[in-house]
Design a protein. Structure first.
Length: 72
């Protein structure tokens, strides 16, 4: 039996793992490194802007998450 990874909206906690009998979508906010244009790359001490991947039902959930993340 295969491994199932459960995906939950990071704003409203809705289960986004699968859908029933209709097509549905989820938004993913991920960090991707940029490809290099040449063989020479400068190694700098940088950190990714996010510590992990985040998933959302839709734009309102993404907006809600951003408001909470940026509030003092």
């Amino acid at each position: 039996m295969g491994l199932t990874v459960k995906v939950i909206c990071d704003a409203c906690w809705r289960n986004l793992t699968t859908t029933n009998n209709c097509v549905d979508y989820r938004l993913a906010l991920i960090v991707q490194g940029l490809p290099h244009e040449s063989g020479l790359v400068t190694n700098m001490a940088i950190s990714p802007p996010l510590d992990e991947d985040y998933y959302f039902c839709d734009m309102p959930c993404l907006g809600q998450w951003m408001e909470l993340r940026n509030s003092p």
